[in-house]
Design a binder for this molecule. Sequence first.
Ligand code: GUN
Length: 292
Amino acid sequence: MTAKILDGKAQAAELRGVLAQRVAARAAAGKPAPGLATVLVGDDPASQVYVRGKHKACREVGITPIGYELPAGTPQAELLALITELNGRADVHGILVQLPLPAHLDAAAVQSAVALEKDVDCLHPANLGLLAQRDRQPRFTPCTPTGVMRLVKLAGLALPGANAVVLGRSNIVGMPLALLLTKADATVTIAHSHTRDLPELCRRADLLVAAVGRPELVRGDWVKPGAVVIDVGVNEVPDKAAHRGRRLVGDVAFDEAAAVAAAITPVPGGVGPMTIAMLLENTLHAAELAEA
Ligand code: GUN
């Protein structure tokens, strides 16, 4: 079997087209452009690249990016004061604090300081709590997990009753994704560093999602024939033959898994662009919430 490649880049471009139309319709009705404030603390090069990508995508659909870059040594109180200021600004509809934060900062406290109506990353515990409870609708759904759900839909996998295995239990991907999959009636297992016999567990998965940050951890013989494989990992590995001596790989050994799976996401060009598209959708939704 050769897997269908789930083209997140093309899918995200299509979504941005729809979002651009919605933003233009708002403008025609005299409504303000949605505004996304991004807060980047320190000079981590990967985070700088991610934030730049988010700003570019915002501009493409007519969302105004409002960027803050703070030095690595910024005290907690100063960061919290900025969040409070952004919470009160009418032109800021969404607030994104880029992770990871420098170690001296309390990320949980910062996430809890973001106004619930501007929490486009869905990292506030009250918003995540709404996601966890039955019969309740969260204000926002988290960006990467929602992007994964869209790609699963694109793969044509029926989730009710399907065995879904999620590798990783992070606040930003694994845990909220497990909640979304549970809401979609999948039978979900979250695997992590203490899980016994990971390959055997993975071989039972109709849907296998890898979000652990371990280059090519998932091998071809971990994949059930016909499964859908979603790779959230973005890892830089040395490669003498590659441009700049490094290349990006996911958490899945792509060629091996693609020979067995029914559908698979590439890295790059799979989950990453979908995450940004979902952030734009949440920011537009936040602007609509502010007017409701
Ligand atoms: N760092 C890596 N991915 C993300 C994301 O989706 N949101 C935030 N805030 N930080 C990140």
